[in-house]
Design a protein around this ligand. Structure first.
Ligand SMILES: [Zn+2]
Length: 297
């Protein structure tokens, strides 16, 4: 039987998550725009290879390749009916890379559409879609669930409700994506840090965080301070910043922050009181290795 206990482990000090998946798949020959989630079923060894690169880099937890594996996002690739299978396969391949010694977090990303009244999606149906995804992830053997890159409070709420109701007691991490503007840190849908955290805590999230976004590294450090202040010690905070602010080159987002610069920023985020750290867009095994080496004893 397993000795893994995510919540107990997190109490013990710096805990390193992994970095970006999509760019690593593209680096292995996957065409941009393909359904990355389906690769868990079609080319599991390629996904395994990316996970292993992060394990080798020092990740304590790896995140499943299931960011878009809800029936709505999958529907854009004509595999909306395969959500359970894709999530189960994604959890299994991550577990294979993590072995029994590292943690696997089941990734839950947004639908890519809006809930009523802004859009057409109904709350109950979206909750059911996330529950289907969570059941697949559980069946495949994840240690916890991580809801990421949310920008709308309604969608965040139903994702958390699904993770709580279908997750069988697994720890739930939840994060929103912030940009810095004139009104301070806000998600694309206008949610501020205090609102995000109070809703997450009220719905029983175990660890609250932020990921992705368009901030500079210094702004991510500032965002970490805002998170720690708003969480008031009630729950731990996690951070998955991008490797700096993207620059557009030929229509592609390019991230130029080096592993050393990224690790230095993560050191400041740790000093701000956030000891669960990983990377989002632009981060690579090299960035995660630098974080692991500089922050873990
Ligand atoms: Zn990202």
């Amino acid at each position: 039987m397993t000795e893994r206990n995510l919540k107990a482990r997190i109490q013990k000090g710096v805990f390193v998550l992994d970095g970006a998946m999509g760019t690593q798949l593209i680096a292995r020959g996957v065409e941009p725009g393909r359904c990355n989630d389906w690769l868990n079923v079609e080319l599991p060894n390629m996904v395994l290879d990316v996970h292993k690169a992060y394990v080798d880099a020092g990740s304590d937890a790896i995140i499943t390749n299931t960011f878009g594996a809800n029936r709505y996002a999958l529907g854009r690739h004509a595999c909306g009916d395969k959500a359970f299978e894709i999530n189960k396969a994604g959890a299994q391949v991550a577990r294979k890379a993590a072995g029994q010694g590292r943690y696997v977090l089941g990734d839950v990303g947004p639908t890519g559409d809006f809930l009523e009244p802004l859009g057409m999606l109904k709350r109950d149906q979206v909750r059911e879609a996330f529950a289907e995804q969570v059941k697949g992830l559980r069946e495949g053997g994840v240690d916890g669930l991580i809801i990421e890159t949310m920008t709308a409070i309604e969608e965040l709420e139903v994702a958390i409700e699904a993770a709580k109701s279908a997750g069988g007691g697994l720890p739930v991490l939840a994060s929103m994506s912030f940009d810095k503007g004139g009104a301070g840190f806000r998600t694309m849908m206008g949610v501020d840090v205090a609102t995000a955290i109070s809703r997450m805590i009220a719905l029983g999230v175990d660890i609250v965080g932020f990921n992705c976004g368009t901030c500079t590294l210094d702004e991510y450090v500032e965002l970490a301070k805002a998170y720690v202040a708003a969480a008031q010690g009630k729950v731990p905070v996690f951070a998955e910043p991008n490797a700096g602010k993207p620059e557009l080159l030929d229509g592609q987002a390019v991230y130029k922050v080096t592993p050393e610069e990224f690790a230095a920023a993560c050191g400041k985020i740790r000093d701000a009181g956030v000891h669960i750290l990983g990377g989002c867009c632009g981060s690579t095994p090299g960035h995660i290795r630098a974080v692991s080496r500089s922050l873990k004893p």
